[in-house]
Design a protein around this ligand. Sequence first.
Ligand code: GDP
Ligand code: MG
Length: 161
Amino acid sequence: SVSKKVILIGHFGVGKSSLVKRFVHQKFSEDYITTIGVKIDKKVVNVKGLSVNMIIWDIAGEDSQQKVPASYRLGAHGALYVFDVSRPSTYEKLTEELAFLNDIIPDIPIQILANKCDLLSEEELKEVLEKVANPQVFQTSAKTGDHVEEAFELLAKSMVS
Ligand code: GDP
Ligand code: MG
């Protein structure tokens, strides 16, 4: 088996902690519990017969453009970039924010998650994704669990291949 450090990045309230909770504990809560400092969770996923121990780092953050602390990003093998489809301010600068991340955390796979998909109609969702115009976006909902496992597993796959 191998261990891989995964970090969550994205604006305040987009659902980073909720996605981890859904993925690791199969639970969801409407309550807004502000993350304080860093929380670490773990889950093993299987990638073609290989056990990948995902060590998931969830940090309190207000703005992904803020400096991602070195201690947080140090040794990361992969990242999940999360935005909230119901809040344009969390994805309007996606391209710039990804470029910024690529500068400070080079050479790791980044999976982009369009979260809270349950809040929008299919038509509204289509519009948001057109605006975002990034082919690597995964449509998730921590509330319903939609595509959450797939997103983490795809990242696990990218980290070992
Ligand atoms: P974080 O600051 O990025 O860690 O965001 P949280 O995980 O704390 O979530 C912020 C708020 O959004 C909470 O009230 C959650 O219940 C809610 N939330 C998170 N994910 C979803 C989702 O997929 N759908 C809906 N409807 N609400 C969500
Ligand atoms: Mg949080």
